[in-house]
Design a protein around this ligand. Structure first.
Ligand SMILES: Nc1ncnc2c1ncn2[C@@H]1O[C@H](COP(=O)(O)OP(=O)(O)OP(=O)(O)O)[C@@H](O)[C@H]1O
Ligand SMILES: [Mg+2]
Length: 278
């Protein structure tokens, strides 16, 4: 993208200025660094303003990009808008201004079922399996738009999560929290996505199972899937991600490589001190 080509989000700049909540006082976004990094990225969220209730913006100008093959982490306090940002990428919350692109194509406010067929997998924070269905049926639901892919994709997820294949006839509702998380991640992988969005995959798990989730997430990424993950276990997330974003009050507060954020005194003081204890 040349310096003089407006991004899709910038077309709405005037509208954005009208919508923007100017009083939150958080750190301004470095737009030029974002635009430079976003060029040729697989997923770009550009200056997103979004919310659920008319007149109330939850995201107040969020930027994010993920290059093909990257593992990108999003951390921040409760209520910062992390889940809302993932939902904005996946067409589940109304984007009022700004844009989302996938491989350069505008997908702002495109419906989730279309996005799945375009290569985005989403694992929500809660209620992410069908408890009355077996593991196998859950995975069939993940592949319902392309049932002919089922066998090949089942073999792929079984290579990542062998325990699921062994227990494929077991209802998902009878699984432990960690096992359910594996089913949910596998379901999202059934359509062979180019990018997978994970919302707090380690939440509610024991430390050992949390470790397992981070290891699996890294494996999924190593297998070629771009990963954008929201995490409450901020330090562990920053350890495995290539780059991270700290969200606060619906805005980007800090961004950088996982390693640089982990040792940034301001990030440690404001966001890792208590969050890192998880
Ligand atoms: N469906 C909804 N309708 C209205 N407001 C909502 C809805 N979902 C979330 N919100 C509000 O949006 C804000 C951001 O919520 P969000 O779930 O994105 O935060 P989060 O950073 O994911 O927090 P957590 O770490 O607790 O998961 C909160 O004030 C929340 O109350
Ligand atoms: Mg959340």
């Amino acid at each position: 993208m040349s310096d003089f080509t407006p991004s899709p989000g910038e077309k709405n700049r005037a509208e954005a200025e009208l919508l923007r909540d100017r009083d939150s006082g958080s750190t301004p976004i470095d737009r030029s660094a974002h635009l430079e990094g976003a060029a040729d990225s697989l997923v770009v969220a550009d200056d997103i303003i979004a919310g659920y209730v008319p007149g109330v913006n939850i995201l107040n100008g969020c930027d994010l990009y993920a290059k093909r093959g990257e593992l990108v982490g999003i951390i921040g306090p409760n209520g910062a808008g992390k889940s809302t940002l993932l939902k904005a990428l996946f067409g589940l919350v109304n984007v009022r201004s700004g844009s989302v692109t996938l491989d350069g194509e505008d997908i702002t406010n495109v419906k989730p079922n279309k996005l799945v067929s375009q290569g985005i997998g989403f694992v929500p924070q809660n209620n992410n399996v069908f408890p009355s269905l077996t593991i196998e049926e859950n995975l069939q639901m993940g592949a319902f738009q392309a049932p002919s892919k089922f066998k090949e994709r089942f073999e792929f997820v079984a290579s990542l999560f062998p325990a699921l294949a062994d227990r494929r006839k077991q209802p998902a509702g009878s699984l432990s929290g960690g096992e359910r998380q594996m089913v949910a991640m596998s379901r999202a992988l059934m359509m062979d996505p180019s990018v997978i969005l994970l919302d707090e995959p380690s939440a509610g798990l024991s430390p050992v199972l949390q470790d397992d989730v981070f290891i699996r997430t890294k494996q999924i990424n190593t297998a070629g899937v771009t990963v954008i993950m929201v995490e409450q276990n901020a330090s562990r997330c920053l350890q495995i991600c290539d780059r991270g974003y700290v969200l606060d009050q619906g805005r980007n507060a800090y961004t950088g490589t996982g390693a640089s954020l982990l040792k940034d005194p301001k990030v440690i003081e404001l966001y890792l001190g208590t969050l890192a204890q998880a």
